[in-house]
Design a protein around this ligand. Structure first.
Ligand SMILES: Cc1cc2nc3c(=O)[nH]c(=O)nc-3n(C[C@H](O)[C@H](O)[C@H](O)COP(=O)(O)OP(=O)(O)OC[C@H]3O[C@@H](n4cnc5c(N)ncnc54)[C@H](O)[C@@H]3O)c2cc1C
Length: 416
């Protein structure tokens, strides 16, 4: 990165994944950078990410891995500015973070498995480039000056004046650690749309006691989402966990938003009620039909392919508790095959922002210039990260969005 000075002062709100990246690139482009953070620590979500291991990046990312109600073409333009490989190289060469690939999941983690290392190295890089980090500085209002510059007002840390502002305040998920949606309020004050928003990648809840009795049981499944009879999404097979409140694991988190009214309202299928159907072990009806032979009892045969407690529950729900496979009647077989390949998950709700890994919805992409991340309404105002109407599935896709959008905003806000 160049050490030239552009003479610009860039103020960034939010020292999370996107804000730290923006700060590093704005400072690297030669700007004076002030990074305002609402809490007393930078990168709290980085610290808690990936079960404190931080899934920094996916190995491959495509547009299908992301959700936005804006045009996917706009999203494509932003991602085109930095490939996964380019971003990975920046982490290793510029940030000094050694990464290791988890082959079975196609994810990059720090070799140290330490999310703290990721946060610390990014913060050190920013500080080395001269970024001034101000903690306990919650922005609550922006004013554009007559000369095109900005005044950023904070609750308790006074006001800051700069040539450009980057809003990187994140979403509304896990509000207890600092992300309470204030950035959305500020954008709204300025006349930008900042919604609708909804919790995404959050566990689902259910009241069905036999499932609660399976709490702690985990397996790989495919959870398909249906609108009426129509399958709306091609789900990946991944981890599923019965919890004491309902259902979790990547297979569930990846599809939780489909039932959310705010998502349903903006999606094409707004008139349909969605349901979740599970294929437990990947086998289709024909395959199960072949498996269901011999002299054994039904639960015993199912337990050759599924965890025993689940096998027993499915046999019971099919009305085949204690029965032999050879005794199954045609209509009973049909019901059993459905429960094995398209099991309706009795979902009653979700765990909301409290447990959501990200926020769905936000500032629409058509309200910014996708070549710069600059507001189309206000020159000198830039946005990046989770505040935008973009989120990805589990697997490093959300950090990739934060790094890409943060870099672009930082470069363009800080450059000449
Ligand atoms: C438990 C958990 C695990 C996750 N694991 C992964 C993972 O392994 N891989 C992955 O890709 N994604 C993961 N994510 C998602 C990822 O953390 C987010 O997508 C990412 O942090 C978004 O980056 P951001 O900078 O936009 O927002 P954030 O990282 O949330 O940063 C926003 C920052 O702005 C600050 N702020 C908020 N309001 C104000 C204000 N008014 N003034 C000043 N500062 C303010 C906040 O305190 C915060 O520091 C995880 C999320 C959670 C909750």
């Amino acid at each position: 990165m160049s050490q030239k000075t552009t003479g610009k002062h860039v103020i960034i709100a939010g020292a999370g994944a996107a804000g730290l990246t923006a700060a590093i690139f704005a400072a690297g482009a030669g700007a004076k950078v002030t990074l305002l953070e609402r809490t007393n620590k930078a990168g709290k979500k980085i610290l808690m990410s990936g079960g404190t291991r931080c899934n920094v990046l996916p190995v491959v990312a495509t547009l299908d891995d992301y959700h936005t109600s804006s045009s996917k073409n706009l999203l494509k333009r932003i991602f085109k500015t930095w490939s996964v490989d380019g971003c990975k190289q920046w982490f290793t060469d510029d940030i000094g973070l050694k990464l290791a690939c988890e082959n079975e999941s196609n994810k990059w983690f720090p070799e140290s498995n330490s999310a703290k290392e990721v946060r610390d190295l990014m913060l050190q890089k920013a500080e080395k480039l001269g970024v001034r980090v101000v903690y306990d500085a919650a922005i609550d209002r922006l004013e554009q000056k007559g000369d095109g510059g900005w005044v950023v007002n904070t609750k308790d840390a006074g006001r800051f004046e700069g040539d450009a502002v980057i809003i990187a305040t994140g979403g509304l998920s896990v509000p207890t650690i600092g992300t309470d949606g204030m950035g959305h309020v500020v954008m709204h004050q300025l006349g930008h749309k900042a919604g609708p928003v909804y919790p995404a990648l959050t566990p689902l809840t259910g009241d069905y006691q036999p499932h609660k009795d399976l709490s702690g049981l985990s397996l790989n499944v495919q959870v398909d989402v249906y609108s009426g009879d129509k399958k709306t999404t091609e789900a990946n097979r991944s981890g599923f966990l019965f919890t004491h409140k309902g259902y979790s694991g990547p297979a569930v988190l990846d599809v939780s938003h489909f039932r959310h009214p705010e998502y349903v309202n903006i999606s094409a299928d707004k008139n349909h009620i969605t349901s979740y159907l599970i294929n437990w072990d990947g086998a289709d009806r024909e395959e199960w039909d072949k498996r269901l032979i011999g002299k054994g009892n039904v639960a015993g045969v199912l337990a050759n392919f599924l965890p025993r407690r689940l096998a027993e529950l499915i046999a019971k729900e099919a009305g085949l508790e204690g029965r032999k496979v050879a005794e199954i009647k045609k209509n009973e077989r049909k019901k059993l095959l459905k429960l094995l390949t398209a099991y309706p998950l009795p979902v009653s709700g979700d765990e909301g922002y409290r447990k959501a890994e990200v926020t769905g919805g936000g500032v629409p992409l058509d309200e910014i210039n996708t070549a710069t991340m600059e507001s189309r309404k206000y020159p000198g105002l830039f946005l990046c990260g989770e505040i935008m109407d973009v989120f990805g599935r589990i697997g490093g896709f959300n950090f990739y969005w934060a790094w890409v959008s943060g870099r672009l905003a930082g470069l363009k806000a800080g450059g000449e």
